[in-house]
Write a protein that binds this ligand. Sequence first.
Ligand code: CO
Length: 138
Amino acid sequence: MLERISHLGYAVTDIEAAAAFYRTSFGVEPGESEPVEEQGILATMFRVGESSIELVQPTRPDSPVGKFIARRGQGFHHVAFEVRDLEASLAELKARGVDLIDSEPRIGAGGMRMAFVHPHEVFGVLTELVESRGTGTH
Ligand code: CO
């Protein structure tokens, strides 16, 4: 089911400061941060080899990422695996009794079709599935 690691998500309190740090210190080029209203976040990504790092800043304290930072501070937030067919993968997981946060695909940062698997199923790691676009550009 899992094709590759799409990205790792880091929760940060100031996405512009974080992007500037990665730009200056590591010479990477994060894109413009964009809002994902539904999740209450700003997000940006930069490529590292065949995967990416996603910086995620909450836009409201009661959003899931806002609560995450309040509870655990900034840091590693989620891993995202690329799958070929998101609906089929979610159906397979449901059939296996795996608890999903999103039982249907939704649109995440960068317009990607994605869904979260509940972290309590994955040994405490919030796990995102994103649908492959076939181009490997995200
Ligand atoms: Co993500």
